[in-house]
Write a protein that binds this ligand. Sequence first.
Ligand code: ASP
Length: 598
Amino acid sequence: MAFMEYKQRTVTCGQLRGSDEGKQVVLNGWVHRNRNHGGIHFINVRDRYGITQVVVGEQVAESVRSIAEALRIEFCIAVEGTVRRRPESMVNPDMETGEIEVDASSLHILSRCEPLPFMIDEETDAKEDLRLRYRYLDLRSGGMQKRIRLRHEFVRAIREHLSAKGFYEIETPTLIKSTPEGARDFLVPSRLYPGKFYALPQSPQLLKQILMVGGFDKYFQIARCYRDEDARGDRQLEFTQLDLEMSFVSREDVLLTMEDLFNDVFASVMNYKLPAHFKRLSWIDAMNTYGVDKPDLRYDLPLVDVGDIAKKTQFGAFQSVLASGGSVKAIKAPATEALSYSRKYIGELEEAAKVYGATGLAFVKVGKDNILETGIAKFLVGHEAELISVTEAHEGDMLLFVAASWKKCCNSLGAVRAKLARDLNLIPKGTFEFCWIIDFPLFEFNEDAGHWEAAHHMFSMPQSQYIDTLESDPGSVKGDLYDLVLNGYEVASGSIRIHDVELQKRIFRICNFDDEEAEQRFGFLLNAFRYGPPPHGGIAPGIDRMVMIMSEQTSIKEVIAFPKNTAAISPMDDSPSFVDDKQLDELHLIIKQPEKNS
Ligand code: ASP
């Protein structure tokens, strides 16, 4: 056969069923397995759609048999043959094509494959860098194929739903003006204008707001966002979000739009029924009850404020924290067969708490008849009944306490809550618990920089009751901000935006941008706001994150075709890489050599 000529498939490897018996077919795909049983070859041929068993029997021409002999795993092949039913005893109920096999009459090697760096299966335990170096092989695995498909289905369903609701999908540029949005910009040097730079968008935030000024009152985009941040946790330098903005809306409209969207998408993509409306928690309640602003509501385990009781005890560690304005909170670790609350295990919980600033984790065990035992029991004498009542504890339960400044206290005990839930197996599989977190503070004080910063971004509207006290008491201002949380992950943030030049300038000033700098950096937005801007608001759910959760993964790399590794490198193409001096010259760049350590 000439080099580029081959038998093209007539069916896919996932298609054939018992009813296809007798058909002449051609399959194209990869050799998944090749077993030789007493001179008969059983070749599993795989493509995106499934796996089909091909049999090369003893009766076929020697030339075909010698090809079967030569086939190695992941060779790309074409097979021609006849579909036949497997004998009853050979039917494989775990394979969609398990009723049939293809009796091969001819075999062709379309391309060969070198020995594999790792086996291609449903999932692999190969090291991440190896998987990323050979991503094309990794992508052939059953797991990656399913997740990339889910991602496609998810995005398609979003596009269909929003289009049906009257949204336009509008692209915004990826070469934009550098405008501080919270993280560090990726910069692109301009060849035509020496010394000038474009930035890659951290998000299309300002452009989508300007689209509102442009009259496109329902916009969305599957947008790539770029943030030049240090490798931390499961971050990627670029990620994808569903960017969405609407005019003439209130917070309620945005929340309902998202609930409607995800109800529809989860039903069509996951066959999963979500509640019509998601729970709502104020930021302060979420922090107080679950210790985080992105609570996992698949399980309960609430934190309880026991400051009032702690105040009445003689326990010095509680007293001093309370005296300095801090909090004392407790969590009930339920008695269970599954886990014994040994000193060692409580030590592990304490380590989890310390990550968030707790200095220790105090504990007591609830004994018979409202008696408290071990740990700090002796300091709580006289207050047992009250403590047991507020924590709703029973015999055998443990009570765990953190005393620290309010935020540290919440976060530390929140970490204990999460660890307990995992270790107690309280997290149900296959469930999706969405909730809204609302009424966030608008500003956060940046201790290092010594000034206030926007907690979300500077374009969010303060709630109206705080308009007169923005400057005098920034710390207490709540914004018209909302986060969508799913299974303990923040999956979207959004807000109603400012559309008034003066108010926007006040916010810039509070965040340490004087009028001149604000004009220089954000003048284009302020200019747009001088021409009849509509009230507007929006949100941006992270696509990678959501698909990760939907496919029950713990890293977004599992749902991105070509992610960077944790060191921000792509092992497959070795980016980032050096460029030619000529390229640097054209861009008017001279590379400053990094200082040697010696
Ligand atoms: N631009 C915001 C972000 O990327 C989302 C929004 O406010 O719509 O986080």
